[in-house]
Design a protein around this ligand. Structure first.
Ligand SMILES: [Cu+2]
Length: 70
């Protein structure tokens, strides 16, 4: 099992949290997703390490971005 944490920028409410959770959960291999609205922290648990780009794309798809992304 693998866990990675990221920081999501732009979330303002529970709906945002749900959108990010839904998209990132759909990334292949991801088994659990936890999003903390206050800090923007995104914790991704997966069977094997997930490509950061896949997580970034999923967050982007939800309408937000990872901190530090161009
Ligand atoms: Cu929202």
């Amino acid at each position: 099992m693998s866990t990675a944490t990221y920081t999501v920028v732009g979330m303002t409410c529970g709906h945002c949290v749900n959108a990010v959770t839904e998209e990132v959960t759909s990334v292949p291999g991801v088994t659990a997703v936890d999003v903390d609205l206050a800090s923007g922290r995104l914790t991704v648990t997966s069977d094997a390490p997930v490509d950061d780009d896949a997580v970034r794309a999923a967050v982007d798809e939800a309408g937000y971005e990872l901190a530090g992304s161009a």
